[in-house]
Design a protein around this ligand. Sequence first.
Ligand code: COA
Length: 273
Amino acid sequence: MIGDLSTAQSTRQSTAQSAAAGPRTIRVDANGPVAVIVIDSPDKLNVMSRPFWPELRAALGELEADERTRAVIITGAGDRAFSAGGDIAGFADLTTTQAKRDFQRDCMRTFAAVEGCALPVIAAVNGYALGGGCELALACDIVIAGDTAVFGMPETSVGLVPGFGALRAPSVIGAHWTKLMVFAGERVDARTALRIGLAQKVVPAARLMDTARELAAQIAARAPLAVAVGKELINGGEFEHSTAALTALHGTGDTAEGIRAFTEKRSPVFQGR
Ligand code: COA
């Protein structure tokens, strides 16, 4: 809830528990204001195996807690896939109802962590973004696609539906495009993704990471608390919360600095306070 800036600030200060053995399914490059999380099992098209879900949550929590980080990019290793989605072979291990529910909750908590992350999260989609890969892109704040990107939510072919995508895709691409993708397993190429709002920019695949880094740097140069409040409001704020959050933003050092810099005709230097 946005009553003041406490959500954005406390989220940044919270320290996530790392997976005991360190992440195995992702790599994190966090030297500077822009952090890159790479989904890292290219031989399996960056499939989302069971450890992936808590590992991504932990990585986001650690980046939020690190005040140097101002923006996050998520991408896939190699040039074939962002992610081909949940590990279909691994579904066989979910033998009890409790195990199925725990798994589903784990996935949903991770999508919620991306949406609720105080940092802006950019998806750099290289190749296939299928099933959970497409849902992860939907959870991100901005999607940049390489021209070879292919989006799809084919879960009905294995008797499932995209639990998060079915909830969120209608507000991004509309109910009818969502139904085409979910009911028929229709794949969406990069140009179509751009047209229907599933991607905000399409660039040659070779330029994907440079473009994502440029955008992330552009965002990272702006006032971080303002960006965090903007994300929270866009993702579901209300009038009262908006008023309280904006009142609090007006009182921050960053807003004072932004106003000073404007009048002094120079670039602002933001501290995140
Ligand atoms: N779950 C488990 N393994 C997967 C996977 C998934 N979702 N997607 C790809 N893989 C594995 C393949 O089994 C294969 O493993 P192997 O080399 O040990 O045989 C490897 O990744 C490469 O995939 P492959 O199918 O050989 O590549 P392809 O170019 O022929 O096809 C796809 C690529 C993406 C079209 C195809 O892999 C696919 O349809 N994947 C499933 C996508 C999906 O339904 N996702 C939603 C899951 S609910």
